[in-house]
Design a protein around this ligand. Structure first.
Ligand code: FEO
Length: 402
């Protein structure tokens, strides 16, 4: 295992996790990376660690540069176990003098791993001299955990941005300018949609704060995905995060549904034709083939979200409830909603969908549309008409101010 150079005296010693497909319920189709960084200075410092099972790989990468037992400090920018899981093993094996984390980070690390580590809290504005370089700390509370913070290494001019400005994308390339731009755009948006969307205001506030810190940055080094070394790429990812967090009205329609016997699916297809008639691009997503994190990503670009569910045992279908529960937590902004679906005798499914979308703050201009057993010609026509009307309303939104 080798370390790879990031900047003068800074090495990437992380792990590419090619096989992870489920990141606490977020489908990571392209795997991810757990980036960790080694700083060679008078005080040898490790920035973050990796997920617990990958400790040996990180240790071996470090050992390709220096005896790991020479590590003096470890900085934990974020206590979530994808970055701290290997910390107890690292502390036991490397015996660092200190492990630095934010105050909330110290509390979280002690809660996860006990009180045996030489933890020391640091706060915004504090710095740590490593010899030739100094690390500066900036807490980013609730972005996206209470403990989260950034570290900036002057001299080498590296901003260790932790989860921020990252994405789940396994690649053998270290640098963003070596990677496929379209893939990065999709995966960064997916990351924001699934991890940060409910914190959009904090994302914007933090990005607004960065220029005022006056940091001279050569490299932005997040804990996931490729690193950003050119000014153009750094601006590209900052702009993408900023734009996405602003959550402008999406221009597309999204139809998400589950169908037991084809009735809700038939209504979904009529709706689709209605959007086509209205000249609105629409995606039709069956929850048989997609799951919550993909849907959450699609919602970013969708000004209309139409959700269809049959009724089963007096409830909406569980796959639909899963997606709605997930979206409710992510708090997507600026959407028109619509609920539809079939039922046999009690009919709660589409009504529950309607209530869930209403509770999420979606604009709900049309009543619930339900079909008993199967959509007859009248319901099919109403489904089509709903698509046309929702498309018209979306055009009004997107052609006036956001
Ligand atoms: Fe990559 Fe919030 O951990």
């Amino acid at each position: 295992m080798k370390a790879f150079p990031v900047a003068e005296n800074v090495w990437w010693v992380g792990v590419v996790d090619w096989s992870v497909r489920n990141f606490h319920g977020y489908e990571t189709n392209r795997g991810t990376t757990y980036n960790a960084f080694l700083i060679i200075d008078e005080k040898i410092t490790l920035i973050d660690t990796v997920k617990a099972p990958f400790f040996a790989e990180m240790r071996d990468r470090i050992a390709s540069v220096i005896d790991p037992e020479k590590i003096d400090y470890i900085v934990s920018n974020h206590a979530e176990p994808d970055h701290s899981g290997a910390l107890p093993a690292a502390v036991a094996a490397f015996k660092p003098e200190k492990v630095f984390a934010s105050t909330a980070g110290v509390a979280a690390l002690e809660a996860y791993y006990g009180k045996g580590m030489p933890l020391e809290p640091v706060r915004t504005g504090e710095s740590l001299s490593l010899g030739r370089n100094t690390l500066h700390f900036v807490e980013t509370k609730m972005l996206h955990w209470p403990d989260s913070m950034l570290s900036y290494l002057d001299g080498s001019k590296v901003l260790f941005s932790q989860d921020a400005l990252g994405m789940h994308y396994a690649t053998s390339y270290l640098w963003a300018d070596q990677c496929d731009r379209k893939i990065m755009e999709y995966e960064a948006k997916k990351y924001i949609a699934n991890i940060l969307l409910h914190l959009s205001n904090k994302v914007i506030a933090t990005l607004d704060l960065l220029p005022g810190l006056g940091l001279d940055i050569d490299v932005i080094a997040p804990d996931h995905g490729p690193l950003w070394r050119t000014p153009e790429d750094q601006q590209w990812i900052i702009d993408l995060y900023y734009r996405t967090a602003q959550q402008p009205w999406g221009k597309k329609a999204l139809i998400v549904y589950h169908s037991m016997w084809g009735s809700t699916a038939a209504m979904a297809k009529e709706l689709m034709d209605g959007f086509r008639e209205a000249g609105i691009e629409a995606d039709l997503v069956s929850l048989d083939v997609e799951e919550r994190s993909s849907v959450a990503t699609r919602v970013l670009d969708a000004g209309v979200v139409a959700v269809g569910s049959p009724t089963i045992n007096n409830q909406m279908f569980p796959a639909v409830a899963d997606v709605l529960c997930y979206l409710r937590g992510l708090k997507p902004q600026r959407h028109i909603g619509f609920a539809f679906g079939s039922f046999g005798w009690s009919g709660e499914g589409a009504k529950q969908v309607n209530q869930a979308l209403t509770d999420m703050g979606f604009e709900m201009p049309l009543p619930v549309l339900a079909a008993r057993y199967a959509p007859d010609a009248a319901v099919r026509e109403q489904s089509f008409a709903a698509g046309v009307e929702l498309g018209r309303l979306l055009k009004e939104k997107t052609t006036t101010k956001n």
